[in-house]
Design a protein around this ligand. Structure first.
Ligand SMILES: [Ca+2]
Ligand SMILES: [Ca+2]
Length: 490
């Protein structure tokens, strides 16, 4: 699949008070950088103005060209003696990643959509609301953030916080469907169903027949995007470091401690000399420098993309808010991982079939396929599929229990020890990158911390990633490659 950089969406929006400005801006059609949806359709009552626009790509994502790197290699000291990032060379395949953290207006677009499509389903809406109480501290006056941070237009461009790992995943799933719905809508296919789902569409379940015409539509799905998801820890760390710029003929000449070069946290460029390269907590009690010389300028979070991007064009990979990644936390992940696309936390599932004869997916009340734990490590035979069973395995992996939750960890043991000798279980998820309330140590991409997947914090947000389907998406002229008959390198 080729990933076309055709549309330049307005990535960043801010509210302007003046009615004159409003009037002028209402004439401009604005699109969500995250879903491609038209804001005027989606978000009546919101006023948007074009601010600086770092978004150069479709759906606010940039290509991260894959490669090998040393995970944990950027960490120079292990302050907490956790020994949880021992160096390991791994390879990450090419993927796409959000240029910026997901912002409050992105989240409001999501809430707004739910409210419009399911006006009577208060539970769905309520469960999608971030926990604004994360700002509360017993001995700190933060009530204004509790009331305003998510919804006040002044904070539109600030990263969303108070979202759990689970909520972030729900958002990714929702965003996948909205992106694809908008692509199809631009191609002239609209859906009368309350909510469009990509898998259901690709299975040909919209329209009258589930075969024939449906299959044709699935081929048209060529322009559709693969699922939006959280990045893996390896992808995140690789993307944050962006070492490619420091390579000469396949060798990394300079390692990095932060997403930028050098050992310090200040800009070394002449015009911006001395300015902080990220939003973090400079020292104990010093969040932003002194008045008149606010060296990072952020007492809490700052609008996304307020500091220079790294070599991949990613903003705020250090500081502002920490970011959830997909992985389950384990101290020894770096040693255990597979060395290609390392990830811990796979939960293999199958889509439940409503009709096994015709292969029709069962849908939940929101029109999404229902997923069950995978029954077998291989394709079921037709007979097994009809019965919903799996015969005793006779393949080479016979004798090994197939566990759909393939994390390589003894969960029963872990359950007993949880809260006694460990605070890590299968719901502990990694977050990375440091935040407005973290010291510079945590800006190092090799550092890692964890939190339970149903918890949230004012220092943790997220950004999304997307797998590249097929081969290299790069322009042939950028690549050193053999000339082949098919794709001639220019
Ligand atoms: Ca700060
Ligand atoms: Ca960040």
């Amino acid at each position: 699949m080729s990933y076309k950089h055709i549309k330049n969406f307005n990535g960043h929006l801010v509210l302007m008070g003046s009615s004159l400005v409003c009037l002028m801006l209402l004439l401009m059609s604005q699109r969500s950088p995250k879903t491609g949806a038209d804001y005027d359709d989606q978000m009546k009552g919101w006023v948007k103005a074009k601010k600086k626009n770092p978004s150069t790509s479709e759906f606010g994502m940039v290509e991260i060209e894959g490669g090998s790197f040393v995970m944990g290699g950027s960490q120079t000291e292990d302050l907490a003696y956790t020994n949880d990032n021992l160096r390991r060379r791994v390879t990450v395949a090419t993927f796409y990643m959000d240029e910026t953290e997901v912002t409050n207006i992105d989240w409001l677009e999501y809430l707004n959509w739910i409210g419009k499509k399911y006006p009577d389903d208060r539970e769905l809406y309520y469960n999608a609301i971030p926990d604004t109480l994360v700002w509360r501290n017993p001995l700190s006056y933060n009530e204004p953030y509790v009331d305003n941070y998510l919804r006040h237009p002044a904070y539109q461009d600030y990263p969303v916080v108070g979202v759990t790992w689970e909520q972030a995943n729900d958002y990714c799933q929702w965003r996948t469907d909205r992106i694809n719905e908008n692509i199809l809508s631009n191609e002239g296919t609209t859906f009368t169903d309350q909510s469009f789902n990509t898998d259901i569409y690709l299975n040909g379940q919209y329209g009258n027949s589930s075969t024939g015409k449906g299959k044709k539509e699935a081929i048209r799905g060529l322009s559709l995007m693969p699922p939006v998801r959280l990045p893996t820890e390896a992808e995140w760390e690789y993307a944050a470091l962006a070492l490619g710029g420091n390579a000469e003929y396949g060798l990394i000449t300079d390692n990095k401690v932060y997403p930028w070069n050098g050992l310090g946290v200040r800009s070394e460029k002449r015009r911006s000399h001395g300015l902080m390269m990220a939003n973090f907590k400079i020292s104990e009690g010093d969040n932003m420098g002194i008045s008149g010389y606010p060296n990072d300028g952020g007492s809490i979070t700052t609008p996304v993309a307020s500091y220079p991007p790294n070599d991949f064009g990613l903003y705020d990979m250090a500081g502002n808010v920490n970011e959830w990644v997909g992985d389950v936390y384990r101290q020894l992940s770096f040693e255990d991982f597979d060395d290609f696309n390392p990830f811990r936390g796979n939960v293999f599932t199958n889509k439940r079939l409503e009709n096994t004869q015709q292969g029709i997916y069962a849908k939940d009340k929101y029109g999404r396929p229902i997923r069950d734990p995978a029954k077998a490590p291989r394709k079921q035979t037709w007979e097994e599929l009809q019965k919903g069973t799996v015969a005793t395995d006779s393949s080479s992996i016979a004798g090994k229990n197939y566990d759909p939750d393939f994390r390589g960890y003894l969960d029963s043991v872990n359950k007993q020890l949880y809260g006694v000798t460990t605070l890590v279980n299968n719901e502990s998820r990694v977050y990375k990158g440091g935040s407005w309330n973290d010291r510079a140590y945590w800006l190092n991409p090799g550092t890692r911390r964890f939190m339970q997947q149903d918890q949230s914090s004012a220092i943790v947000g997220f950004r999304c990633a997307m797998t590249l389907v097929g081969g290299k998406a790069q322009k042939a002229s950028d690549m050193r490659s053999f000339k082949t008959r098919k794709g001639k390198a220019k």
